[in-house]
Design a protein around this ligand. Sequence first.
Ligand SMILES: [Zn+2]
Ligand SMILES: [Zn+2]
Length: 122
Amino acid sequence: MTARPPGDRAVPGDCDLCEAARITPWYHEDGVCWVADCEVCGVPMVVWRCHGTDPPAGDLRHMLDALARVADDVLGAGTWSVDRVMRQVPDHFHAHARDPHWWFRRFGGGGGTAGRQVSLPR
Ligand SMILES: [Zn+2]
Ligand SMILES: [Zn+2]
């Protein structure tokens, strides 16, 4: 095991999100961000085009809007919430739209959709 020394920050050329590899379907792209399925989680995520963690308010709103449009389409309106915890790439802003079943769908095995629930209107 080799631990990265502190201060050895990933340079943008090294960053998976800057690379923006199209390994999953892309739903949306523009000058500010792109939205695609997260390769790891299988849910839509929005990725900022800039390498950094602190998008200006306007960009942030734009990105959450873009994510919302895709997530409403893919997951269903009202079934998901924004997860802004950046686990995989902590130094490049991105946010996931997660529905309550994503973990089961992704990792629960079986791949069956029989138990898929639609959340009831309140
Ligand atoms: Zn993910
Ligand atoms: Zn990056």
